[in-house]
Design a protein around this ligand. Structure first.
Ligand code: FMN
Length: 296
């Protein structure tokens, strides 16, 4: 793999050396020098930081290095996007054009991944029948589990093992399930919310940061989709079910050795929110240099 400094363009500012976390670029006798290209993790920081475009990297696509529109980096806009995004659970019966989904996934590529592994991949389902089939299966299984929890043995096991958040959610679902079933008969989909698109983010099952990588990309998808006028909702039910249910994994064809770590539905919201939501105050413990307990 070749990484080259273009001498006629380089002004020896050393930004490539300062910014190279892999130790590929080093200051040798006052000149930025490639020491060992094999150490490179293809993060493209050197290409992006060089104001002179004085670097050639055989493994990276220079075309993608576009000038950053700094004037567009408006914190107010970003803040508004984040605080106004909600989980959308009612969608218009309207498909999302493929180019838009491609654009959203293309943006998500820019999310950070541990060691720049870029190991997140996507399964996009727009097949309405399959989306409904998945919903029905998860809804039916949830029903069976809730029924089972109410029989004699189920009650004993539930009381013994169900604790904390899990127990709280289960008891909430127990109380509301009859209502959900009534509504489901009328066509309400409580699992995938009758959304026209389902996006599954998967990564190697046994890689350390796969879950983080998928969920960071998923967050960018939710925020960008919202900015595009689309709605999304994380579907933890599906992520969990895919872990336990081989049939579901087969239906969506999760590649061997990989696991779905985030599931999202996407579509045009049936209505919009007028106000932002309410959140708990963040609990933050500051550890500052002057604190007597710092470093103890
Ligand atoms: C990891 C995760 C899993 C979730 N799973 C589901 C789900 O299965 N179904 C659903 O309707 N909402 C799901 N949600 C959405 C949350 O309920 C929602 O984010 C939360 O209530 C706050 O509401 P907001 O997203 O509208 O701000 C999930 C959210 C996260 C982060």
């Amino acid at each position: 793999m070749g990484i080259r400094r273009l001498e006629d363009k380089c002004n020896e500012c050393m930004l490539c050396v300062q910014d190279c976390i892999a130790g590929v670029w080093r200051d040798i006798a006052g000149l930025p020098t490639v020491v060992d290209p094999e150490l490179c993790n293809h993060c493209s920081h050197c290409l992006a930081v060089c104001p002179q475009s004085a670097i050639e990297h055989d493994a990276l696509d220079a075309e993608q290095a576009q000038r950053i529109g700094k004037k567009l980096l408006d914190p107010e806009v970003y803040r508004e996007i984040v605080i106004s995004r909600r989980s959308v659970r009612q969608y218009q019966d309207r498909p999302v054009p493929r180019e838009i989904i491609e654009d959203i996934i293309s943006l998500a590529r820019h999310s950070p991944t541990a060691s720049n592994l870029q190991n997140v991949q996507y399964i996009v389902v727009t097949d309405k029948e399959l989306i409904q089939k998945i919903s029905r299966r998860i809804f039916a299984i949830s029903n069976r589990i809730l029924k089972w929890i109410q029989n004699r043995w189920g009650k004993i096991i539930y009381r013994t093992f169900a604790r904390g958040d899990f127990a709280r959610s289960l008891s909430r679902y127990l109380k509301v399930m009859d209502y959900y079933k009534e509504k489901a008969k009328e066509g309400r989909d409580y699992i995938l919310h009758n959304a026209p698109v389902l996006i599954l983010l998967h990564a190697p099952a046994r890689s350390n940061f796969s879950c983080d990588n998928c969920n960071i990309a998923a967050t960018n998808i939710t925020n960008y989709s919202h900015a595009l006028g689309l709605g999304t909702c994380y579907i933890g039910f599906l992520t969990m079910s895919l872990r336990l249910d081989r049939t579901l994994r087969r239906w969506v064809d999760v590649p061997k050795g990989r696991r779905v770590f985030a599931s999202l539905v996407l579509g045009y919201p049936a209505y919009s929110y007028t106000f932002t939501g309410s959140r708990k105050e963040p609990k933050v413990r500051w550890i500052e240099g002057s604190s007597p307990s710092a470093g103890k």
